[in-house]
Design a protein around this ligand. Structure first.
Ligand code: 5GP
Length: 197
């Protein structure tokens, strides 16, 4: 009886969740695909990143991001608190190690939406993580989408386009590439990847 109980506890402990990582150029529709995945897939939770960038209109601390100062971010780096972090579009973004491990150990599947540098850091530390790259049909289409969003200055738009070109060069390192030319199809594809993995 005693041994059986111990076995049950050990089995429970071993049942950790899976880690999914979503990347792709900003404007590729990652955010929307992420929302669909979180709504449609049970037991999938999103890990809220830390960033030093300022909140955009409508963004709330603790919802889209934890908005923190550069000093606080650097403190986190020196205390080794980040599973990964990167300097993206002139700001720092990072995933807290503890957040992810707590969820995985509780048996939850965790979704990160992070840039390519961060995704490759995660893969190096946790090779079992599944990396999905959300691509755009072309850079021209990406520019059109970013302009339609009306959220970026001309300068920020040009930084994002340059980064998109660099990010797309790394997509072969991902486990899956989804081209988001039709949101419904892309969403279905992503759901299939997440649920069959
Ligand atoms: P935005 O400023 O548009 O919200 O995000 C800019 C970029 O930062 C996006 O490509 C997004 O995926 C990436 N990003 C967001 N959070 C993280 C993070 O925790 N780590 C890394 N490496 N990139 C992130």
């Amino acid at each position: 009886m005693h041994r059986k109980n111990q076995g049950a506890v050990a089995e429970h402990r071993m049942k950790t969740g899976k880690l999914f990582v979503l990347s792709g150029p900003s404007g590729a529709g990652k955010g929307t695909l992420r929302e669909h995945a979180l709504n449609d897939i049970p037991n999938l939770t999103y890990s809220i990143s830390c960033t030093t960038r300022h909140p955009r209109d409508g963004e709330t601390d603790g919802i889209e991001y934890r908005f923190i100062s550069r000093e606080k971010f650097k403190e986190g780096i020196s205390q080794n608190l980040f599973l990964e972090y990167a300097h993206v579009h002139e700001d720092f973004y990072g995933t807290l190690k503890q957040d992810v491990m707590n969820e995985l150990n509780a048996g939850k599947n965790v979704l990160l939406e992070i840039d390519v540098q961060g995704a490759l850091q995660v893969k190096a530390k946790m090779p079992e993580a599944l990396l999905v790259f959300v691509d755009v049909p072309s850079v021209e289409e990406l520019e059109r989408r970013l302009r339609n969003r009306h959220t970026e200055s001309e300068e920020s738009l040009s930084v994002r386009l340059k980064n998109a070109i660099i990010e797309r060069e790394q997509k072969d390192k991902y486990d899956y590439v989804i081209v988001n030319d039709d949101l419904e199809n892309a969403s279905k594809e992503l759901k299939e990847i997440f649920t069959k993995s």
